[in-house]
Design a protein around this ligand. Sequence first.
Ligand code: AVJ
Length: 316
Amino acid sequence: MLLEIDRTTAAVDPAFRADVLAGLAMRPRAIPARWVYDRAGSELFEKITDLPEYYPTRTETALLAAHAGEVARLVGPGRALVEFGSGSSTKTPHLLAAIEPAAYVPIDISGDFLRASAAALAADFPKLPIIPVEADFTYPIEPPAGIATLPRLGFFPGSTIGNMVARTAVNLLRAMVETLGEGAMLLIGMDRVKSPDVLVPAYDDAAGVTAAFNLNLLHRINRELAGDIPIDAFRHRARWNEHEARIEMHLEAVRDVAFTVCGERFAMTEGETIHTENSHKYGPRDARLLLRAGAWTPVQEWTDAEGRFALILAEA
Ligand code: AVJ
């Protein structure tokens, strides 16, 4: 029998508490994006990927479907495919079918998601050794014994790298060189700089799913950190920051508001925001420069007809 963890009695996550209390005390206020992705947040993100305004997922999936054969030719046979932040792994089947790797190693910080998607893939690829690793991939990871001697191809789709500021992104790319080892290659998805007329609606959709995704952070704080934040005092904001070339998500106070989190009092004035997520966008040169700074050499790249999204293959 498999028992669910009882979340209502679970202890306060000290890292969540520390990040929220420090972030609310900071000016401007900001809470790291990783806390938006609890179970409810991850489910809302899955819904975002189906929205008409949110082009990245379907554009990247189409690129993979169209070019997986060419990727296979460039990376060669017999590699272990290591996917970083595999989540629900919806894009992976295209790649697995084309490159026929010697093993598949999905790495994710959320064990729940990891096991469910590994089980689904196992049904479709019965002969493929699947070795899930529950870990934080922002640090180098000791590869599992099953792939110790295999050359590796890293897969980092979804423009997840866009969540990070350049310094953090470079550190992560360098950690990936360590994790993937000698002769490694990396297939990475990066969203491109484009008109704010396309970008802003992608992060502020008409159906309000992205708003619910962002506001979920306040619900989570109330639930897990004994908060009394009045949710209706906040609205979702998506802003294009031209200077930083990124979409920023904020929670904006629509009136003066005071609340308590973990026994600490906070007051915000109307119009003040809590910065909750960044989504950096990269022009073609920016993308290649970031990869080089992260110790990777770009080999080949594919983009859609409108140049919205890029899939880049690089070697260590
Ligand atoms: C999961 C970070 C790639 O930046 O496009 C989408 C997150 N947030 N809509 C992105 C997100 C709001 C997404 N990433």
